[in-house]
Ligand binder design. Structure first.
Ligand code: ADP
Length: 268
């Protein structure tokens, strides 16, 4: 009887411990949700006044771009644009945290999609004084939100071009490996030291704060790219050799090859 009593006591203790753990987990989930709701709401509210600010600065510059205050207005517009990008980034991350990132998925042929992406990547690289070499061989189909995937890959191209040497070359390549599309962005820039490599996907993380700040980065480019790719069931892998360059590889699951005719279903 003593043994039975002891066993029941231990089981009850376990039960209480389990219930307490469940409650803590639920409280934690609620607190995290409240946090991402707050960031999402705040970002959303910041959008409108920022749009007005940017619109007015643009208008004032359009009316008289040679006025005495043109330089100040230009500065206001640049900073307001930067703030807008930051707000959009925070909104995206908060929505992804709340598992409510809206994805408008489309069925896309990989070839034409990547060709369009390469054009925009080339323009982006040029903005940083770099050039883009595209080696796109992949075929197949994707079922993704093209705007978001482009945003993610362009964030990688942006980094490759802005951290690489001026006049450097960024390589954008793609291939099929198994049932995945692999898109690689390669630069021959300064690279990322190994102790920083696992951290660069953390929010607001910058390896060299002075260098990043000078180039306008807030440390959200890689977390955003990772979040977008993860929301599509894919992943990003970073490989870097200091002094030699960086390779960022995006893995995306391919969609079924051909549109197999679906059995027609009658409604009535
Ligand atoms: P940022 O907006 O500062 O570029 P990211 O999240 O895109 O933020 O990148 C985080 C940090 O990782 C950067 O600040 C930079 O130090 C480093 N980094 C990212 N990509 C590269 C790259 N291709 N070459 C060298 N450093 C990089």
């Amino acid at each position: 009887a003593g043994l039975v009593y002891a066993t029941v006591k231990v089981m009850n203790a376990f039960r209480r411990l389990y219930a307490a753990q469940q409650e803590t987990a639920q409280r934690l989930a609620e607190a995290l949700k409240a946090k991402s709701d707050f960031i999402a709401d705040a970002s959303h509210e910041l959008r409108t006044p920022l749009t007005v600010l940017r619109g007015n600065a643009q208008l004032a510059l359009a009316v008289d771009s040679s006025c005495a205050h043109a330089e100040l207005l230009g500065e206001i517009l640049r900073e307001a644009n930067r703030l807008s990008r930051l707000v959009e980034d925070l909104l995206l991350l908060a929505r992804a945290d709340a598992a409510s990132l809206p994805l408008v998925r489309e069925r896309l042929a990989v070839g034409p999609f990547l060709a369009g992406l390469a054009d925009r990547a080339a323009a982006l690289a040029r903005e940083h004084g770099a050039s883009l070499r595209a080696a796109l061989e992949a075929e197949g189909w994707l079922e993704v939100d093209p705007v978001r995937i482009e945003q993610a890959v362009l964030a990688l191209v942006d980094n490759a071009a802005k951290y690489g040497p001026r006049g450097g070359v960024v390589v954008l390549s793609s291939e099929i490996r198994g049932d995945e599309l692999v898109i690689e962005v390669v630069d021959r820039g300064p690279g990322i030291p190994p102790e920083h490599l696992p951290l660069v996907f953390e929010r607001f993380y910058r390896v060299d704060k002075a260098r990043s700040r000078a180039r306008g980065g807030a440390g959200l480019g890689l977390p955003i790219a990772k979040t977008i790719i993860a929301a599509h069931g894919g992943r990003i892998e970073a490989m870097s050799h200091p002094g030699q360059g960086t390779t960022m590889s995006v893995f995306l699951p391919l969609a079924a090859p051909a549109s197999v005719p679906q059995p027609s279903s009658a409604r009535g």
